[in-house]
Design a protein around this ligand. Structure first.
Ligand SMILES: NC(=O)c1ccc[n+]([C@@H]2O[C@H](COP(=O)([O-])OP(=O)(O)OC[C@H]3O[C@@H](n4cnc5c(N)ncnc54)[C@H](OP(=O)(O)O)[C@@H]3O)[C@@H](O)[C@H]2O)c1
Length: 323
């Protein structure tokens, strides 16, 4: 029997729930499925066991916008001696017309998609709770490519020139707080948070010990999930309804397969952003190489900004520590 362990965030709904179920059919003997509350975690556990008829699930609680819950989760995992082979950072959300801030002042799109995931990842790495050949996958999106109509990745360099005397790190911190200048555009903030996911993964890959990988993966457009829950009625109900009728986008199960496909790649593939090719919003994924995605200055500035926002804890010198 396998003892491989996966931990997945945002497993209470949509693609995360589907991915947790699929991991039970892969060679994972333990799937730690996290939700934001005990109640949601308990409901997901029942649902996962019913869907899969497997007894491999452990339900856990973490709210990525509340740092104390991240530390508490990491403490429990450490005390239980858990070693994680797949860290699937799937959670994320998009705000509605007005920004929503957590208690630290970060817009929730950023804290759920990247800041909380950074804090969790660094804690697990520094406490050596990731297996030597661990795979880290973080949820990205096609909108980070910058070519999806009516959605823009904020031009961080221009924004920095206007607001922070060209300082990219300070500009990114400001963007994560979504306090302007300019009108709040939830789609653009979401696209920029997901671009930060791709930049962060590229920068983290350069710091991981040999054998371990991190990749940003878009599951692809999936109209059946709760991703648009904060959007206006038209975007939340009508557009997904039309997409379902026209067959645009994929199912949560197909989306989850994209994560699992990349998790199976060998350790030569790291720091990449996988998404559907230009012109497509779901389906088979390829490595993205747009100029802004492979921009080393943006990758390093993003890592520095997110590290600072997540409390400043540095990654210990992990290279060589893992045997
Ligand atoms: N659906 C799409 O078309 C699409 C396309 C590309 C990428 N994605 C990405 O795929 C991932 C999964 O999204 P989905 O479509 O499955 O949407 P979903 O059904 O809304 O699932 C999102 C999950 O993330 C959790 N979550 C949100 N904020 C959190 C926080 N602060 N702390 C911990 N968990 C949090 C949610 O928990 P609650 O249930 O408690 O809110 C839920 O379990 C997201 O990162 C999303 O951005 C989705």
């Amino acid at each position: 029997m396998t003892t491989k362990t996966a931990l997945i965030t945002g497993a209470s709904s949509g693609i995360g729930l589907a991915a947790a179920a699929q991991l039970a059919a892969e060679d994972y003997g333990r799937v730690i499925a996290t939700a934001r509350t005990q109640e949601k975690a308990a409901v997901s556990l029942v649902d996962l066991e019913r869907r899969t008829n497997a007894k491999v699930f452990v339900s856990e609680v973490v709210d990525l916008s509340v740092p104390a819950t991240i530390d508490a989760l990491a403490d429990r995992l450490r005390d239980a001696g858990v070693s994680i082979d797949l860290l699937l950072l799937n959670a994320g959300m998009m705000s509605g017309a007005t920004p929503k801030h957590d208690d630290q002042g970060f817009e929730l799109t950023f804290s759920s998609s990247i800041i909380g995931h950074h804090q969790l990842t660094i804690r697990l790495l520094n406490d050596q709770m990731l297996a030597p050949k661990a795979r880290i996958i973080i949820a990205c999106s096609e909108v980070a490519r910058g070519d999806v109509p009516m959605v823009s990745v904020i031009d961080v360099e221009s924004f920095a020139a206007k607001t922070t005397d060209g300082d990219l790190v300070e500009a990114l911190k400001r963007i994560a707080k979504a306090k302007g200048p300019g009108k709040f555009r939830p789609n653009d903030v979401y696209a920029t948070a997901k671009a930060c996911v791709a930049w962060w993964a590229a920068a983290l890959a350069r710091q991981l010990p040999p054998g371990m990988t991190v990749n940003a993966v878009s599951p692809g457009l999936t109209p059946t999930t709760n991703n648009a829950r904060n959007s206006a009625w038209f975007a939340r109900v009508v557009i997904p309804g039309i997409m379902k009728v026209l067959g645009i986008g994929g199912s949560a199960e197909e989306a989850a397969q994209n994560y699992i496909e990349v998790a199976k790649l060998d350790d030569t593939v790291t720091g990449k952003f996988f998404a559907a090719p230009a012109g497509k919003i779901a389906g088979p994924i390829v490595v993205q190489t747009q100029c802004h995605i492979i921009n080393r200055r943006l990758q390093d500035a993003t890592f520095e900004a997110i590290e600072s926002l997540a409390g400043g804890t540095k990654l210990s010198a992990v290279k060589g520590v893992y045997k």
